[in-house]
Design a protein around this ligand. Structure first.
Ligand SMILES: O=C(O)CCC(=O)C(=O)O
Ligand SMILES: [Fe+2]
Length: 293
């Protein structure tokens, strides 16, 4: 555990091998597939409170695909129990203490053959309400659980080691995250060395940790298999006015009757359910330019 902490703090990322065993991973995989089949029935992105099922009509795959699902713990009791499994406490308590909340719970798919399966380099601090969060560097830890093998071919997460020590760099500001890759020169411009990038290849059950300032992104899936990844972001409770309890005084704590504000700030005013047409794809933007509404 000491090694993990040391690596996370010195390099900005660390990988815990075999965090969950094959039996748990098989069950998580089945739940993930079940959620995909449910989600893809929606014609567009569906929001209900913190639950978000992000759907696009992928122009390359020529089918509807699900690319992300947030807070499926609300529709899967198994994922709800796994987000606060004692293994997470064992891992996180030395780093965050015994009072821990969760800000994100996100399943990501990169369906084979789809166009939008890349993520530009960015720092997750970009996606936090900074007035509701303190101690951004080490008060939050992002975790990514490999459901499928994460390979170069299927677009494993890539990190820039030691980039977390550079503060907020403003990468991919004013850009949609999934419509392209970051040119090397953008990294060089902020003083990062593209040659230092590490591809975090992982086996199912491995867990990647990174900080809110660690520069990361991922390449498209050019393989013929999926890349399912479960991202959960944990925070020291006293550093955050957002999030769902995960461990309270070291006790694993289930979701309450109503959700807490996590990343979706409009939760109270616009709980939904409602649909959102994807406006960020190149196709949607071209249609708007052609026919400005
Ligand atoms: O799934 C990925 O490859 C990256 C996702 C990511 O970094 C994010 O959603 O912030
Ligand atoms: Fe990210």
């Amino acid at each position: 555990m000491h090694d993990i902490q040391q690596k996370l703090h010195s390099e900005g990322y660390a990988i815990v091998r075999g965090f969950f065993d094959a039996k748990h991973m098989q069950q998580i995989g089945l739940e993930t597939d079940r959620i995909y089949q449910e989600a893809v029935k929606h014609h567009a992105t569906y929001r209900h409170k913190n639950l978000l099922l992000e759907i696009i009509d992928d122009p390359k795959a020529r089918r509807r695909v699900v690319i992300q699902a947030h807070w499926t713990a609300w529709i899967s009791s198994y994922l709800e129990s796994m987000r606060r499994h004692p293994k997470y406490l064992e891992l996180l308590e030395p780093l965050l203490g015994a009072d821990i909340k969760q800000i994100t719970h996100q399943l990501h798919w990169k369906p084979p053959g789809a166009k939008y399966t890349y993520y530009r380099y960015h720092q997750d601090a970009k996606f936090r309400n900074s007035s509701a969060l303190r101690n951004l560097l080490y008060g939050s830890i992002n975790t990514g659980l490999a459901i499928d093998r994460q390979t170069v071919e299927n677009g494993a997460l890539r990190v820039v080691p030691r980039s977390h020590l550079r503060g907020y760099l403003g990468l991919s500001e004013d850009q949609t995250l999934m419509t392209g890759q970051t040119p090397d020169q953008d990294l060089v411009r902020v003083g990062l060395d593209p040659a230092s990038i590490v591809t975090c290849t992982m086996e199912p059950g491995d867990l990647l940790l990174w900080t809110l300032y660690t520069v990361h992104g991922s390449a498209p899936n050019v393989s013929n298999y999926d890349r399912r990844f479960l991202i959960s972001s944990y925070v020291r409770a006293m550093d955050s006015d957002r999030g769902e309890w995960t461990f309270r005084g070291g006790v694993s704590t289930p979701l309450g009757p109503e959700p807490e504000i996590c990343k979706y700030e409009e939760l109270r005013e616009k709980p939904g359910p409602f649909y959102i047409e994807a406006d960020w794809t190149e196709e949607a933007r071209a249609a708007r330019a052609h026919d400005p509404a």
